[in-house]
Design a protein around this ligand. Sequence first.
Ligand SMILES: [Zn+2]
Length: 593
Amino acid sequence: MPGYIKQNKIDEILYKADIFSVINSYITLNKSGNQYKAICPFHNEKTPSLIVTPHKGLFHCFGCGAGGNVINFVMKIENLSFVEAVNLLADRYNIQLEDYNDKALMEKHNLNKRLYSINKDAANIFYKQLRYSFQAKDYALSRALTEAILREFAIGYAKNDWNSLLNNLLKKGYTKTEFLKSGLGNKSAKSDTIYDKFRGRLMFPIQDISGRVIGFGGRTINKNDNPKYLNTAETDIFVKGRHLYNLNRAKAFCQDYLLLVEGYMDVVALASAGIKNAIASLGTALTTNQALLIKQYNKTVYLSYDSDAAGVSATIRNAQFLDDMGLDVKIITLSKAKDPDEFIRKFGANEFLSLIDKSVDVYIYKLNQSQKAYGAKFDTDENRAKYASNALQIISKISDVIRLETYINYISGISKIPKGTIKQQLEKYKQGDIEPIKFQVKQKDEPKQGNITAQEKIINILSNNSEIYQNYKYKLKNLEFKEGILKDTLEFIIIAYENNKIFTPSEYISLLNNENDVQYISKILLDNKFVDKSQMLGYINIVSIDNINKNIADTKLKYTHALKTNNVILANDYLMQINELKKSIEIIKGGAI
Ligand SMILES: [Zn+2]
């Protein structure tokens, strides 16, 4: 199965795999105007809220937000990755994906094949070496790694030798370049000598979701060796942010939930104790790719990181990130052990599983951390007030009212401040009346403003009509859209029209990497209502005025600064600019433009 798919192949699939017949082969579509409606297969519902618009090649569910093009639909319903879904559709519609004429692509493909193969051979060599090393076997035993577990995780041993692996691989026909590119070897900067990167270490093969070995984690077996853990550096096939250790095995055991831990030793310790659904992030900060990967298998995740300060901050960061990405994430707090590995060895699996009942979500976790910081018993009113102020900040970005209610109850229960007071303070805080105490909180999306709706409408109208673009192109080019997907989409449409190309929504969707973007933009593009030109001008004006207001706010800041620094001439300049900007708003409002 090819891992690289060129955009023209994706376009061909979008052209041939007609969205109506593909979706209709899974669920029943009923005609409704020039669209189709169906009961959504991705959430429970009685009345249909999934819409399919064949001429745009898009679908969208107004119930659960699922949406995108035909590839996104197949990914979701078949539980496949993007590449797998493309391959499935290519098979079904007889589209040849591999283009052997493309030399560079083939070379890359061939090199990757060699990298998979060299990693697999290295894993076998390490595995055999473990059988013959008493020292390594003793060490494995001391970590409670049984023969069965060593086999299950294909754990091996890298000899404490500079050339052992290199020589073994050269004998198997690999080149020194391939050895270096696989990340298994290093090159000395002084003498150009090539040598084994992993020496005297227990070796944990890292596999991708389909089980191919893509890299290694090595743990030293000698107390004094540094670093304790050493991983393969990123290679063409080992991109850390795209993989999760052990997901290839855990996916068969994750019907109820997944357990997310920091390191492979934790995963292996949990598996030794019969807990097989643990995965490890291969770095501290999770990526969007990893979150989407987890979400494909189960939305419920229990996170159990190290209990030290670094572990706590990684916990907050990653749990908040997964929560923002729409996963249902709970945090397990370990006591009397520094990590799950140690906890399991000290107290066993049942004790660990009982911690799941005590797990809390990221907001409660943050509130608890805050309570710890300001004195658990609130012995002074000052501490109580600080806790309350901090607590408001923690919950201020939550838009889900039911969740918010839960946290307000929680804060009230702990601080003995009446719920009504907390709600009042929260409103004030949101309006910016209360100066917050500094505390790191990840930014969530701001509530939607008229300006954003106007931007969405503009994109929708433009996507349907290149003529309208010609009428308003000079105005459109001067508009500042919201940084991110809205701005990117506007730019993409403008470039397409400037080059006399048609804008094809489903093709555009196929260029987006982020599932949230796919769903959001599909919904905007799918809106089918007829819009007349005067509405377009109205929306452009809303965005223009918002842009000018931002400009005014910026200039006011500069004006204040100039006054403070006694730069009267500059201040006067700014004042004039502000007046000009205000005038231009009046002109727009008066319809003179
Ligand atoms: Zn739905």
